[in-house]
Design a protein around this ligand. Structure first.
Ligand SMILES: *[C@@H]1O[C@H](CO)[C@@H](O)[C@H](O)[C@H]1NC(C)=O
Ligand SMILES: *[C@@H]1O[C@H](CO)[C@@H](O)[C@H](O)[C@H]1NC(C)=O
Ligand SMILES: *[C@@H]1O[C@H](CO)[C@@H](O)[C@H](O)[C@H]1NC(C)=O
Length: 312
């Protein structure tokens, strides 16, 4: 009795350390707490190549990079295809700071989500200001208005924030910026617009009059392709604990498996060992892989039990 009991820790150690020792998945399935799925990837070669230059995982932090800076990704809504980022230079109800603005690269595979609202703060109101020119000071109808007049309540609510009211600026220096509606090639250059800071949010959290609880940040939409289809090869790969990637000169599909092996299909051959019920769903051609793993497991058990016999 005593002998079998003392054998178990060794056996368990070996069973647990087998997957850990061989775990070297280049394409991570998580970046910190955020799950990574197609089209996003942790590094180049992982995920859709169109996204590889913009979204990367560094030291467990997922960031989106544009020509204006690097922005922490705070959440990804995979079912609605929305990525949420924060901008450390952005003003919120809790703090105001100066910023250079925000811009998306013209070729970035993102566009602004309809819920994204940008409010420019502390803008120059003289006639040379591009924001008010053609809007307030004259009635030249060929000038595009840059501020949404219907957005005035948003400015009033923001002005109820202590940090913003302390700036002691007239509310006319606040502008709800409309070009966000106009398309993806959007560059909010605050220097050109003669504003010193901005605030962005994507939700009132159900309390429009309580700007302390608004969700500050930027919401961006993305599409998989012109038909917006999720590639079926990625579905299968991800279901088998693989990370979907496109790599090589021809951007061909790879499934990066937990062991680090790349396949052109999926990783069921290695996950079935840790996840026995999956055995039933396996296509017949993966059986050789299962047998190999079963044999390895038996060798392990045999080795550990024989070493127990030797030691005790
Ligand atoms: C698997 O693919 C990834 C992503 O392209 C690459 O970085 C890695 O080197 C490949 N691993 C092997 C073992 O070929
Ligand atoms: C707008 O146009 C009208 C008629 O064209 C003119 O009478 C008026 O002075 C203009 N207003 C401003 C602010 O320029
Ligand atoms: C109206 O604005 C356009 C472009 O901003 C400018 O070229 C034009 O001269 C302006 N017209 C008047 C009457 O101010």
């Amino acid at each position: 009795m005593k002998q079998t009991h003392s054998c178990f820790p060794l056996l368990h150690f070996m069973m647990i350390s087998l997957p850990l020792l061989v775990s070297s998945q280049t394409c991570q399935r998580f970046c910190g707490q955020l799950p990574l799925k197609y089209p996003f990837g942790s590094s180049s070669g992982c995920g859709d190549p169109r996204f590889q230059n913009y979204v990367n995982c560094n030291r467990d932090k997922l960031t989106l990079t544009t020509h204006t800076g690097s922005y922490p990704v705070t959440d990804i809504d995979y079912s609605n295809q929305v990525i949420y980022i924060s901008d450390p230079s952005m003003s919120t109800c809790a703090c105001t700071q100066s910023s250079k603005g925000f811009g998306l690269n013209w070729d970035a595979p993102f566009s602004f989500h309809d819920d994204s609202v940008f409010t420019l703060l502390d803008c120059s109101i003289d006639s040379s200001s591009p924001i008010y020119n053609g809007n307030n000071n004259n009635n030249n109808s060929s000038a595009v208005p840059l501020c949404d007049k219907k957005g005035a309540p948003i400015c009033s609510f923001l002005y109820s924030c202590r940090a913003i009211s302390m700036l002691n600026l007239p509310i006319s220096t606040c502008c709800v910026y409309t070009p966000v509606d106009l398309g993806p090639a959007f560059n909010m250059d605050l220097k050109k617009l003669q504003c010193s800071s901005y605030s962005g949010f994507y939700s009132f959290s159900g309390q429009e009059a309580n700007p302390e609880n608004w969700k500050y940040g930027i919401a961006l939409k993305y599409k998989f392709n012109v038909y917006n289809d999720y590639p079926s090869s990625c579905v299968t790969c991800e279901r088998s604990n693989g990370a979907c990637g496109y790599a090589g000169d021809y951007n061909s599909f790879i499934c990066n498996c937990p062991s680090g092996v790349n396949t052109t299909t999926d990783c069921y051959f290695e996950t079935s060992f840790n996840n026995a019920p999956r055995l039933l769903q396996l296509p017949w051609q993966q059986k050789t892989g299962n047998w190999l793993i079963c044999i390895m497991a038996w060798i392990l058990i045999w080795v550990s039990s024989s070493s127990c016999r030797l030691w005790f």
